[in-house]
Ligand binder design. Structure first.
Ligand SMILES: Cc1cc2nc3c(=O)[nH]c(=O)nc-3n(C[C@H](O)[C@H](O)[C@H](O)COP(=O)(O)OP(=O)(O)OC[C@H]3O[C@@H](n4cnc5c(N)ncnc54)[C@H](O)[C@@H]3O)c2cc1C
Length: 375
């Protein structure tokens, strides 16, 4: 179980720096520093390695609270957690201390999956890996298109095509940030999540076979069984954290902003009240769906796969609608940055295009419920 005091301390630091992180497009070093010392980087890792042993429900709570104050910090945290649970599922034998370093905050991790060649289809890397003649090392060659925490992470969980060369076979390696041949080759300047440092990276290096997560060609299974559920839950929690903060700011604004000539607040307008109601109801329904999906991932049943596929898409789209409504009901006050709504509006645009994208997930969901293979 995590300490709510520890979370609140991180939330305060993240909130203090969020506006500057967004305006200047800088990595939230203070918030990440607070996360490192809070113990929360090990939230979902086993207690035996120094983690807190929490499950998916607690994970979505923590991510949601971070997102409500700083979307960039929440996304950086989510990418670390997704990398950490994947390392925990298949620890690389040559890196016996990696998991405890990720649990205790010494090592910030991230996922380097998306590639220039296969775009949002992260499950189909076009990158290559080649086993050395002695069979104890692997050459990796990859052009990664977006890597959150690029240049700031201590370890990158990198996907590549397997040395088998068989289409669809994927390997995953834990690559330390200081590895020669691992380089950030561009900068990140996005509409939202501007502190993410989600920059392109080039990988042209050789790593020991012992850095591999699981056996050869185990990467695709890890993506589907471990990364997908945790990433989708966390990404949905980011969307709802952002939507929740926009909704709260909108409720507060329309209840306080006055039309002095008629002696009323904006909340006296029925159209505004109806939009506030729709936002609140959608948010409540999505939060309930997220709690159900997280519970289901913690104790899998027949519906877990569809919940995992459905929750990210629906929360991403709900956040688009809610943050847009918040902008609308708050008028110029939101547009001109007087309220903490336009940042949430911009940050919320990222969720649906982060892979698996919302549109891809709707297709997968439809396939799952109609008995078609996902791929
Ligand atoms: C802020 C941010 C941070 C990111 N961080 C990381 C990270 O840390 N690690 C990482 O690996 N990646 C990361 N990504 C990359 C992300 O996961 C996606 O790969 C990327 O956003 C896809 O963009 P694209 O232009 O290549 O999409 P495209 O693949 O070109 O998609 C364009 C459109 O086609 C649609 N589409 C594509 N395939 C399908 C399908 N099968 N069915 C229906 N519609 C489809 C998409 O939904 C989208 O609307 C990040 C992205 C963002 C925006």
């Amino acid at each position: 179980m995590y300490s709510t005091d520890a979370l609140q301390q991180v939330v305060e630091v993240a909130a203090e720096h969020a506006a500057r992180v967004d305006t200047d497009g800088v990595f939230p070093a203070e918030a990440v520093g607070a996360l490192r010392s809070s113990g929360l980087l090990g939230l979902t890792l086993p207690e035996q390695v120094g983690g807190l042993g929490a499950g998916p429900v607690e994970f979505t709570e923590v991510v949601g609270e971070l997102a409500a104050v700083c979307g960039s910090t929440a996304m950086i945290y989510l990418m670390h957690a997704a990398a950490a649970v994947t390392v925990a599922a298949a620890p690389p034998p040559g890196m016996p201390n990696l998991l405890s370093a990720m649990a205790t905050g010494e090592a910030l991790g991230t996922l380097a999956f998306s590639e220039k060649g296969s775009r949002s289809h992260f499950w189909a890397p076009v990158s290559t890996s080649t086993m050395t003649e002695r069979g104890d090392a692997v050459g990796l060659r990859a052009d990664k298109s977006w890597v959150t925490s690029a240049g700031h992470a201590d370890v990158y969980v990198v996907s590549t095509g397997s040395p088998s060369g068989v289409a669809g076979e994927v390997d995953m390696y834990a690559v330390p940030g200081a590895t020669p041949g691992l380089s950030v080759v561009g900068s990140f300047s996005g509409l939202g999540l501007r502190g993410n440092a989600s920059a392109p990276m080039s990988i042209d290096t050789t790593v020991p076979v012992g850095a591999r997560l699981g056996g050869q060609s185990a990467g695709f299974g890890l993506m589907m069984e471990t990364v997908l559920p945790w990433f989708n839950l966390g990404n949905a929690a980011v969307s709802l954290g952002l939507a929740g903060s926009a909704h709260a700011a909108a409720v507060s604004h329309v209840g306080g902003a006055r039309l002095e000539h008629v002696g009323q607040t904006l909340a006296a307008l029925p159209t505004i009240r109806a939009q506030i109601a729709r936002m609140g109801i959608t948010l409540a329904a999505q939060r309930a769906y997220l709690a159900m999906a997280a519970t289901s991932v913690g104790a899998p049943d027949d519906a877990t796969l569809t919940h995992v596929l459905g929750i990210k898409a629906s929360a991403n789209d709900a956040a688009l609608t809610i943050t847009e409504s918040a902008m609308r009901v708050c008028g110029g006050a939101a547009f001109s940055n007087h309220l903490p709504i336009e940042r949430a509006f911009r940050d919320a645009r990222a969720g649906s295009v982060m892979a698996p994208t919302a549109d891809a997930l709707y297709d997968f969901y439809g396939r799952a419920v109609t008995g078609l293979p996902l791929f």
